[in-house]
Design a binder for this molecule. Structure first.
Ligand SMILES: [Zn+2]
Length: 120
């Protein structure tokens, strides 16, 4: 894995990120680190905007651009994200039909998945 310095977080103009929940900022940081690690630019393309249903308007979903990333690398990134995020309650989706290429990450914890565990 290539280590590159993280610069300013890149967010598409018009994407609304003000209402994103803390869980999503964690997932964004993980995704940014992974995507930069493969040598590609991280771009958040959608936060609470552009959707009227689902978890985007509630601040529990983000979309990340992948059109500049080769498909094989996108699959590796997807697998890395799943490995690191799913047990904490996130779902990662890619290759949605009829949409520009992107990764969708949402926080939707199920029994046995936990974002925060308080310990002594
Ligand atoms: Zn989405």
């Amino acid at each position: 894995m290539v280590t590159t310095a993280i610069t300013a977080m890149k967010i598409k103009k018009g994407a609304d990120y003000q209402g994103l929940k803390r869980e999503m900022w964690f997932a964004i940081g993980v995704a940014l680190s992974i995507i930069n690690g493969y040598g590609y630019k991280f771009v958040l393309t959608c936060g609470t905007d552009s959707h009227t249903t689902g978890l985007h308007p509630k601040g529990f979903a983000v979309d990340i651009r992948t059109r500049h990333i080769p498909l094989a690398t996108e699959t590796l990134i997807y697998n890395d994200l799943q490995t690191r995020l799913e047990a904490m309650g996130f779902d990662v989706v890619y290759r949605e039909p009829n949409r520009p290429r992107h990764l969708h990450i949402e926080y939707d914890s199920k029994p046995g998945e936990q974002f925060i565990e308080e310990v002594d």
